[in-house]
Design a protein around this ligand. Structure first.
Ligand code: Q5B
Length: 258
């Protein structure tokens, strides 16, 4: 008789069984020939929706603006360390990638999630929102920066906020809420600004991307930068990095006889 085999996996985003891959139903070559861009492919594969032109322009800017932030940040530095140790590109990039987490670059999802929660649960009560966050979460994801502050504003954030608000018709309740939160947090400490993770998290939430997709934007964008750092170190034949003693505080016990 006939044997019925249960499928091992279920997919809802793409299909390669025809002549070419289809992303949420759209043929890849047709997207190219009709002038769509990588931001449209992201929309199709991450939320199964073809973004409008205006939405695509926002997504494109989010990727461009988060692609790199110099060699000093955790991700790039991890990749540079690995490149200098002679590690191949995929592994060196994944060394940098493993740095993306709650403090660095990986606060996008939770920023979107909690600011959305604030809009719903504490619409006119930001102190209440901050108190709930302090009790239940800890540092507010998307707020705070090691070097950027009111006195040294993050131009990436300024640009994105201004672009979305002045040059698009996107309705931005979550971004607006986060900007109100920033007014309160920066009054306490000037580096508690709405940071790049927070800004893109709010905009992506306002765009309607699935909550758990949001960190993907930083991961994708920063991969571009990490690959750049790996190529750069290889072009220079960089040597193995070993920290000099003066960069380490050896807070160890003095030598002792056993
Ligand atoms: N405090 C980012 O901290 C950082 C607070 C807060 C309430 C907060 C911190 C934080 C949330 C996670 C987040 C994304 C670790 C950052 C990014 C991409 C990047 C990176 C780059 C790029 C920095 C000192 C005092 C303490 C804290 C209080 C700090 N943050 N209170 N809510 N959110 N943010 N990450 O300066 O009373 O003294 O004990 O965790 O959004 O990753 O360019 O570098 O493009 O690559 O090291 O931009 O803000 O300060 O942690 O020592 O805290 O401030 O409770 O209070 P810091 P800490 P107290 S964007």
């Amino acid at each position: 008789g006939e044997v019925v085999v249960e499928p091992l996996i279920r997919t809802t985003i793409s299909d390669d069984r025809g002549e070419e891959p289809r992303y949420a139903g759209y043929a890849a070559s047709e997207l190219c020939s009709k002038g769509y861009g990588i931001e449209d492919v992201i929309g199709l594969l991450w939320s199964k929706k073809l973004p409008s032109r205006e939405e695509s322009e926002i997504i494109k800017r989010i990727i461009m603006i988060s692609a790199d932030h110099g060699p000093a940040v955790s991700g790039a530095f991890g990749t540079i360390l690995a490149a200098c140790a002679g590690i191949d590109m995929p592994q060196a990039v994944s060394a940098g990638m493993t740095m993306i987490g709650p403090r660095f670059g990986g606060a996008v999802t939770n920023a979107g999630k909690y600011f959305k929660m604030g809009v719903k649960e504490y619409p006119n009560d930001i102190p209440g929102f901050l108190a709930w966050m302090k009790k239940n979460v800890g540092p507010v994801p998307g707020i705070g920066h090691r070097v950027k502050s009111l006195r040294n504003p993050d131009q990436r954030v300024k640009y994105l906020v201004s672009y979305v608000k002045n040059e698009t018709s996107l309705h931005t309740p979550i971004l607006n809420y986060a900007l109100e939160v920033e007014k309160i947090t920066t009054a306490k400490k000037e580096n508690l600004i709405l940071n790049v993770d927070g800004t893109i998290g709010c905009i992506l939430m306002d765009l309607g991307f699935p909550e758990h997709s949001l960190n993907g934007f930083f991961v994708l964008a920063r991969t571009i930068g990490m690959i750049g750092h790996w190529i750069d170190q290889n072009n220079q034949n960089s040597r193995l990095i070993r920290l000099y003693d003066y960069l380490i505080n050896y807070a160890v016990k003095p030598e002792r006889p056993v």
